[in-house]
Design a protein around this ligand. Sequence first.
Ligand code: SAH
Ligand code: SF4
Length: 341
Amino acid sequence: MRTLENVLDYDYEGLRRKLEREKLEPYRATQIFDWIYKKKVSSFSVMTNLSKKLREKLSQRLEVKFPVLVTTARSKDGTVKFLWKYDDGSTVESVLLRYSDRTSACISSQVGCALGCEFCATGKSGFARNLTSGEMLAQILGMEKTENERIGNVVFMGMGEPMLNYDEVMRAIHVIADSKALKISQRRISISTSGIVDGIKRLSNEPLDIILSISLHAPNDEKRSKIMPINQKYPLSMLLDAVREYQAIKNRRVTFEYILFDEFNDSMTDALELVELLKDIKCNVNLIAYNETGSKFKRTPADKASRFEEFLRSHGIEAVIRAEKGSDIDAACGQLRRRMP
Ligand code: SAH
Ligand code: SF4
């Protein structure tokens, strides 16, 4: 049997063109999108405002492909972690995070990650393949369906490096933001990158207004290279130049993620170096409590983290300790997957 194409891999224009090529009433793309993204339907047979004949023809050519839900882990604080399995046996994780005013989805962009950051469970499990845009969108739809809840924010902070799967991530973002599809405003979509400079430069020239988040995690090259091998290819001077350029074009604040590792990057000297490093960049710094994954790194004690935060704030940097979510379910990405047989 030939495998059918996944409708989720098409953005709206792409689906129109596909229907046109197949001589299948291209204007029906609007209704198909409505069924999938608004009504969460995954079979053409129930799309009752399309003719029976059209539904049959669509089913012969396309399908709405969802991964299998292997397992979930539920935290006391409302966080839910999902492990999905695609047709080829690949597994990825997504996390649903509940805040008082919104529900956020953290999704994966690759199966594994090639960048091998020392502290990261995903990085330690190696790289298998890129996800398609449809495979990323299915994570969001799958979570909305399972939880019967609307997701208001999407962050590409799950497994993988989104900038190394650039085109598929961009297509996914277009569908997430499309008012005919998930209709999540661009300012509620974030990409997190370990610092792929070419990707940041490309993103600067996209007609998009999403949030760019940079995983910094160290205040100088020496320390950063020890924990993030990508820093050898794109050292801090290059990375921060690209961020400044991005900022000049977009005129938007960027976010820096900084995991606090005990006795590694959490001293007052580190804080001072960080202030110097970021002094001419309009930014928010998210200080993150490390989810210990069996690496040699340990979490910074809470009182020390507060002092680090205070130091940055007193030097004019908008720093916050990011509220911890799902610590009772190993919410750090890659952990649930590694526990499975
Ligand atoms: N590859 C991208 C996006 C995925 S990782 C990146 O590195 O930015 C998303 C965020 O989670 C990154 O800031 C990453 O450094 C952080 N992270 C990875 N493992 C973690 C852990 N065990 N505890 C806390 N944060 C972690
Ligand atoms: Fe990859 Fe990001 Fe993990 Fe580094 S932190 S290994 S870039 S997923």
